[in-house]
Design a protein around this ligand. Structure first.
Ligand code: GDP
Length: 201
């Protein structure tokens, strides 16, 4: 099935997990600020405006939920972690909120952990991955900004990034939101993970 752009509709922003609407199934995107999360969600949705919602001041610290049009399947944009400018207590609250969502949300079937392909996993990324492994939360590593890695360095970077994340190289999805690299593939993966069968007309 060729993955068409996912038609997503912004549903709501929530400060706490328990105020999120009920969904059939959902996948979540998480990563440190500036990793390229909004750009990626926009790219897979083919809607330039969409995740700008998530980057609107005041919404960056919230859980933003987008539904596949006419369904109850959802993509969830979690607040970026490690936002350098945020004061300590704010960072702590974000952490708690993300943690609570990831541990308790029953509808959650997959978490895409975004890692900056240009710079590789940061300490925070590694902590996040270790914690998810420990809690047995299903995740997929998505390496962003593929276009920023020189082609002569790509092979080495792919090996190093996978090693740094503690996963198999073949399990990392390399993407570029700017150049459209593997965006179709990621769409297919999202639909497969959601076990969504209604998009093939
Ligand atoms: P977020 O904070 O994780 O939502 O990150 P954004 O999507 O706002 O992106 C952060 C910065 O990285 C912006 O300047 C984007 O233009 C840039 N960026 C995002 N994705 C890509 C990509 O695939 N390639 C390149 N070259 N830059 C990107």
């Amino acid at each position: 099935m060729a993955a068409r752009p996912l038609s997503l509709e912004f549903v709501t922003s929530a400060k706490r997990m328990d105020t999120l609407p009920k969904t059939e199934a959902e996948v979540a995107f998480v990563g440190r600020s500036n990793v390229g999360k909004s750009s990626l969600i926009n790219a897979i949705a083919h809607q330039k405006q969409l995740a700008r919602v998530s980057n609107t001041p005041g919404r960056t610290q919230l859980i933003n939920i987008f539904e596949l049009a006419d369904t109850n399947y959802a993509l969830v944009d979690l607040p970026g972690y490690g936002y350098a400018k945020a004061p300590g207590h704010v960072r702590k609250d974000w952490g708690k909120m993300i943690e609570h969502y990831l541990l308790e949300r029953e509808e959650l079937v997959m978490v895409y952990v975004l890692v900056d392909g240009e710079i590789g996993p940061t300490k925070l990324d590694v902590q996040m991955l270790d914690w998810m492994r420990h809690e047995i939360i299903p995740f997929t590593v998505v390496a962003t900004k593929h276009d920023k890695v020189k082609s002569s360095k790509r092979q080495r970077r792919k090996v190093d990034l996978a090693l740094g994340c503690g996963v198999d190289q073949k399990d990392v999805v390399w993407v570029s939101a700017s150049k459209g690299v593997n965006i179709d593939r990621l769409r297919s993966i999202v639909l497969r993970d959601l076990a969504y069968t209604g998009a093939d007309d």
